[in-house]
Design a binder for this molecule. Structure first.
Ligand code: PRP
Length: 293
């Protein structure tokens, strides 16, 4: 029987839809999960198991799942009390970026981390917070909640909180402000490092190559234009992160060339305006579907 890789991911939540979209962009076809807790990818040797995110590290550690997609925050919370383990990060995905921060009520007289002494802090990340407080020699009481942490100060359960912040709108809706960042977080792929047979490693490598291609192509644009030969150096400087362009003769105008290039960074309207000022015409900016080295 051909080996299949088992990927564990969050059943529903912050990461789910972005990560499922990534798998689709990698060319994987599968039935909508709906109520199913395991789906088989039709055109790639991969099965997806849907779990609660904080269970994922343990599934990967004991080999029930080969790889998992989860937030670095959730993985970090598990690692804080499982330092000896059989897992590692195989790839940072650059998705679902957020941070784990300390936030206080707007009228809290916060001066420095020392202001946390003797306070009650509500969080879903007691292990990371505990380490942070110990490293800063702070004595505080931690109240562990599994969600809706921002409501705790308003209900008198805690003086302040330690929670995930992305846009910051949940904090401001609850009269809170961010005062210390503990860690940055994003979606990562975690793999088992002990039980992954070579066949499965090859499947993982194929998947990671596809993910990298998707990541690169998201940031890349293909740009084409006609440009005066005399402006070529100027145009190269204007284009952000441009690799060496392909230059071709323009048969209808000996003073101009056709420039084709891949830009590794976003091309803004201001960039286009600068190109026009440098004499470029017939400018086309196209998305790139796949980018493979
Ligand atoms: C997190 C966190 C906040 C919210 C912050 O919840 O607990 O409630 O996101 O996002 P914002 O800064 O963009 O407002 P999440 O959506 O991950 O779900 P959870 O309640 O299950 O933790």
């Amino acid at each position: 029987m051909t080996e299949r890789l088992k990927l564990a991911m969050q059943k529903s939540g912050r990461l789910t839809s972005e990560c499922l979209q990534l798998l689709i962009a990698c060319g994987l076809k599968y039935d909508e999960p709906k109520r199913k807790l395991m789906v088989r990818v039709e055109n790639f040797p991969l099965d997806i198991i849907f779990l609660r995110d904080n269970d994922i590290p343990e599934y990967i550690n004991n080999g029930a799942g080969d790889i998992g997609i989860l937030g670095n925050n959730t993985y970090g919370e598990w690692l804080a009390i499982n330092e000896l383990n059989d897992t590692m990060i195989a790839k940072e995905l650059g998705l679902s970026k957020c941070r784990l921060s300390i936030a206080v009520p707007n009228d809290f007289p916060y001066e420095s981390v020392q202001s946390l002494n003797d306070k009650i802090i509500a969080t879903s990340y007691p292990n990371i917070l505990n380490k942070y407080l110990a490293n800063n020699h702070i004595k505080a009481k931690i109240v562990t909640l599994s969600g809706s942490v921002e409501i705790a100060p308003g209900l008198g359960m805690a003086d302040l909180i330690c929670d995930i912040v992305s846009s910051g709108s949940t904090l401001s809706a609850h009269g809170l402000r961010e005062v210390e960042k503990i860690i940055d977080s994003e979606a990562v792929i975690v793999q088992n490092i002990k039980n992954l047979a070579s066949d499965k490693k090859m499947i993982l490598d194929r998947l990671l190559t596809r993910m990298e291609s998707v990541r690169k192509s998201r940031n890349c644009k293909y740009i084409m234009m006609h440009a005066p030969k005399s402006s070529l150096q100027k145009i190269k400087k204007i284009l952000p992160g441009m690799e060496e362009p392909t230059i071709m003769e323009l048969v209808t105008d000996a003073m101009k060339v056709v420039v084709h290039a891949v830009a590794q960074e976003e091309i803004f309207w201001t960039t286009i305006e600068e190109l026009k000022q440098a004499g470029a015409t017939s400018i086309l900016v196209l998305p790139i579907e796949k980018a493979i080295d």
